[in-house]
Write a protein that binds this ligand. Structure first.
Ligand code: COA
Length: 170
């Protein structure tokens, strides 16, 4: 695994901080827009992402389930020299195949201008630590097939491809 960049701090979202809430909302839109399939419009994807982000931020205001239990959800923020530069959202999900709880990476994004410096890798490393702390046996995630940059990052971080999901619009 690529070690986190030394100058990048990864820590939980401070829900009361308006700048951090705004960062999460903006990066949600960014992450859905890279490589999405032709049968979606960017407008509808962004509308859906805004709903997810709003619900996520509401949940983050609630107390987190106790550590060391499998169930949980966290938003981690990457910061360098006081600048907010990325986020990851992970939560426990029941794996379809094993019926075991796993950490599912729902979203990950680096602020443009800070890419290619190890921020995404550091966020994934922190995600892995979060999942291990809860005793989870695996991490899963979904990624658009055409998002080659993200797929390369995941492969370097040890993720293997598991399933291809297909859709026929009726
Ligand atoms: C995918 C993403 C999270 C990667 O974040 P990152 O901070 O650039 O990740 P890292 O720097 O740890 O690793 C990225 C690697 O990919 C490449 N890379 C990623 N973004 C790059 C960029 N903008 N320019 C050049 N190389 C880039 C580099 O080869 C880099 O490898 P390196 O470690 O040898 O430098 C980021 O590009 C992003 O936010 N993309 C848009 C949102 C998105 O697609 N999210 C995933 C949804 S599933």
């Amino acid at each position: 695994m690529v070690p986190p960049a030394a100058e990048v701090t990864i820590r939980p979202l401070r829900i009361e901080n308006e700048a951090e809430r705004a960062l999460v909302l903006a990066l949600f839109e960014r992450s859905t827009s890279v490589g999405f399939p032709a049968w979606f419009t960017l407008q509808e994807l962004i509308a859906r992402q805004r709903e997810s982000a709003a619900a996520l931020l509401e949940r983050q205001a609630l107390p987190e389930p106790p550590s060391k239990t499998p169930m949980g959800e966290v938003v981690l923020i990457a910061e360098t020299a006081g600048a907010l530069i990325g986020f990851v959202w992970v939560r426990t999900a029941v794996d379809h195949f094993t019926q075991q709880p796993v950490g599912h990476v729902e979203d990950l994004a680096t602020v443009p201008g800070h890419e290619g410096k190890g921020v995404g890798s550091a966020l994934l490393a922190a995600t892995e630590a979060w999942a291990r702390d809860r005793g989870l046996s695996a991490l899963t995630l979904h990624v658009w097939p055409a998002n080659t940059r993200a797929r390369a990052l995941y492969a370097r971080q040890g993720f293997g491809e598991e399933m291809i999901r297909m859709r026929k619009t009726l």
